[in-house]
Design a protein around this ligand. Structure first.
Ligand code: HEC
Ligand code: HEC
Length: 319
C-alpha cells in the first residue's frame, strides 16, 4: 500500500490542492519557457571523435560521453572514488552521475545533489519511485527519466548514492543577470543555446544559457551558466523571501540563513529554472509526498512573477 494513504486527511487536502492547481492555469498561462526541450540533434555528430574539456587531461570518445550507463569523470581528482551506481552501471539502471555529474553539481534540467542531506535524497528517491513527485508539466522528459531511474535502481543502492552526494561541496556556476532582454536563443539540450543576432525582450521569464554549448554538451561540471532574469527580480525576491509572501512564512525559517539549508534543502546558488519548476510542482500538487506539505501551503497563492523573483533571488545567493 503506498505510504501516503496512511494520512487520509493530508491525502484529501492534496486532492483539493491538486484540483485548485490544475484549475488555476490555462495552457496559454502555463510557463512552457521553464521546460525547454532537447531540440534537434546536430546532423554532423561524429561519435568516434575524441573530446575533452578545459583543465582536464582526459580525452574520451564523444559517444562515451552520451552513454547513460557511465558518467564521464573529467576531474577524478576533485572527489573521493564514487560508488559504482554513480559512475558505472549495467542494464536499465543508469549511472546517477550521467545526469547529476560525478561530483553532484548537476545541470539545470536535473538537479544539483552536492550538499543535500542524505535523508532528503532518500525521501526524494522514494517519492519519485512511488509517483508522489512529478513535474507540473507531465510531458517534461527529464522528470520522466528520474522516475524511471528511481524505479529501476533497487532501494538497496540508494544509501550509497545518498551518502556520497551529501558529502560533496556544491559550487554554484550560475550567474544571475537582470535584463530587459536576452540574446536570441534556441531550445537545446533542455536549456537555451545563445545565437548571434538582435536581443529579444525577456518578459516574465528566466532564460538559462550555458557560456559554451560545446562544454555543456560534453558535461563539463565547470561550464558557467548565465541566467537572464527580469529587472528588479532579485530585490523583489529578497523581499518576498523575508516576508514569506502570501503564506507569511519566511523562507529562511526552514531553508536556513542565506537559504543555505535547514529543515528544508539548501537553495542558494542553485539553478533558478530548477527552483522555479519546483515551486510550480508544489503549487500544482505534482510534488505531493507528505514531506512536501509545508511547500504546498507556501506556494498555494504565489503568482508566477513571484516564483520567478524567488528563484532569481535564491540563485543569486552564495551557497
Ligand atoms: C537520466 C537522468 C537522471 C539520472 C540517471 C538520475 N537522475 Fe536524479 N534527477 C533527474 C532529474 C531530471 C531530476 C529533476 C526532476 C524534476 O525536477 O522534476 C532529478 C532529481 C533528483 C533528486 C531530487 C533533488 C532535489 O533537490 O530535490 C534526487 C535526490 C536524485 N535525482 C537522485 C538521483 C540518484 C541517487 C540517481 C542514481 C541512482 C539519479 N538521481 C539518477 C535526472 C536523473
Ligand atoms: C515551513 C517550512 C518551509 C518554509 C517556510 C519554506 N519551505 Fe521550501 N521546503 C521545505 C521542505 C520541508 C522542503 C522539502 C520537501 C520534500 O522533502 O519533499 C522544501 C523544499 C523546497 C524546494 C525544493 C528544493 C529542491 O531541492 O527540490 C524549494 C525550491 C523551496 N522549498 C523553496 C522555498 C521558498 C522560495 C520559500 C519561501 C517563499 C520556502 N521554500 C519556504 C520547507 C519549507
Amino acid at each position: 500500500m503506498p505510504k501516503r494513504w496512511l494520512f487520509p486527511g493530508l491525502g484529501f487536502a492534496c486532492l483539493v490542492l491538486t484540483a485548485l492547481g490544475a484549475l488555476a492555469l490555462t495552457p496559454e498561462q502555463f510557463p512552457g519557457w521553464a521546460y525547454p526541450s532537447p531540440g534537434a540533434k546536430p546532423a554532423s555528430s561524429a561519435p568516434e571523435v575524441m573530446i575533452s574539456v578545459p583543465g582536464s587531461a582526459i580525452r574520451r570518445r564523444e559517444d562515451d560521453v552520451h552513454h547513460m550507463n557511465m558518467a564521464v569523470d573529467w576531474f577524478p581528482g576533485s572527489h573521493p572514488p564514487a560508488p559504482a551506481i554513480i559512475t558505472h552501471t549495467t542494464g536499465d539502471a543508469w549511472a546517477c552521475g550521467y545526469c547529476h555529474l560525478p561530483d553532484g553539481q548537476g545541470r539545470p534540467e536535473n538537479a544539483s545533489l552536492a550538499g543535500l542531506s542524505e535523508t532528503y535524497i532518500l525521501t526524494q528517491l522514494r517519492a519519485f519511485a512511488d509517483g508522489s513527485r512529478e513535474s507540473a508539466m507531465p510531458a517534461y522528459a527529464p522528470t520522466g527519466y528520474m522516475t524511471t531511474e528511481a524505479k529501476n535502481v533497487t532501494p538497496r543502492e540508494w544509501p550509497a548514492a545518498a551518502a556520497y552526494y551529501s558529502q560533496r561541496r556544491f559550487v554554484s556556476r550560475v550567474k544571475v543577470v537582470e535584463s530587459a532582454s536576452t540574446p536570441p536563443v534556441i531550445e537545446k539540450a533542455f536549456v537555451y543555446a545563445p545565437l548571434e543576432g538582435t536581443p529579444t525582450p525577456l518578459g516574465a521569464r528566466i532564460i538559462e544559457t550555458p557560456a559554451s554549448m560545446e562544454r555543456f554538451e560534453a558535461r563539463d561540471p565547470h561550464v558557467p551558466i548565465i541566467a537572464y532574469v527580469p529587472e528588479g527580480a532579485v530585490a523583489s525576491g529578497a523581499k518576498l523571501a523575508a516576508s514569506g509572501g502570501p503564506a507569511a512564512q519566511p523562507c529562511a525559517l526552514c531553508h536556513g540563513v542565506g537559504l543555505k539549508g535547514g529543515l528544508g534543502p539548501p537553495l542558494a546558488g542553485r539553478s533558478p529554472t530548477y527552483i522555479f519548476r519546483q515551486l510550480m510542482a508544489f503549487q500544482a500538487g505534482a510534488r505531493r509526498n507528505p514531506e512536501a506539505a509545508p511547500m504546498r501551503m507556501e506556494t498555494a497563492d504565489l503568482s508566477q512573477m513571484q516564483m520567478i523573483a524567488l528563484a532569481a533571488y535564491a540563485a543569486s545567493l552564495k551557497p
